[in-house]
Ligand binder design. Structure first.
Ligand code: ADP
Length: 153
């Protein structure tokens, strides 16, 4: 059976940190499904279509990576896709505490295992929210994100 992992997130926008986790996920799984969550309560800088396009373009030469959008619980999505794993990245203790509660809950509600990859030291400080701040204030965001992320002026 194919080993499939769902990598859920907002990806507003994808950063070099996400890119690194996806790349390394490819070496562990047969398929990595990047799943962009739709949350009606959240305000995004980039539209769903833009966020999806940025990720697809970054991995256009990588057939093991799929990009989808979803609403609802990640474990329900996993069941639908027949994926046994959730992939998440860890940067710091705050990520750990947050992720721990979600992973335990998901484990309580399903058989799905969450697999954590520790961030690469080079990208450990990068977050989408910092990238958005840099963009808003006219800084050079290009060193923090894959080339596919382009901000319309
Ligand atoms: P969410 O809104 O679910 O936190 P994000 O798009 O911010 O979505 O993050 C998705 C996943 O990517 C999370 O597991 C997060 O910990 C991980 N991640 C984000 N930035 C980095 C980074 N620089 N290094 C490693 N993992 C990261």
């Amino acid at each position: 059976m194919k080993r499939k992992a769902v990598f859920p997130g907002s990806f507003d926008p994808i950063t070099n940190g996400h890119y690194d986790i996806i790349k390394r996920g490819i070496s562990l799984f047969d398929e990595v499904i990047v799943a962009i969550g739709i949350n009606a309560d959240k305000k995004y800088m980039f539209s769903l279509e833009e966020r999806k396009k940025f990720i697809e373009e970054s991995f256009k030469d990588e057939p093991k990576v799929k990009v989808i959008t979803y609403e609802g619980l990640t474990i329900d999505l996993c069941r639908k896709l027949d994926a046994d794993f959730i992939l998440r990245g860890l940067r710091n203790p705050a990520d750990f505490e947050f992720e721990k509660a979600i992973a335990h809950t998901n484990r309580r509600l399903s058989k799905i295992e969450t697999v954590f990859l520790l961030t690469a030291s080079k990208t450990s400080y990068i977050s989408s929210s910092i990238v958005r701040d840099v963009i808003r204030n006219g800084g050079d965001y290009t060193v923090l994100v894959p080339e596919s992320v382009v901000v319309k002026k």
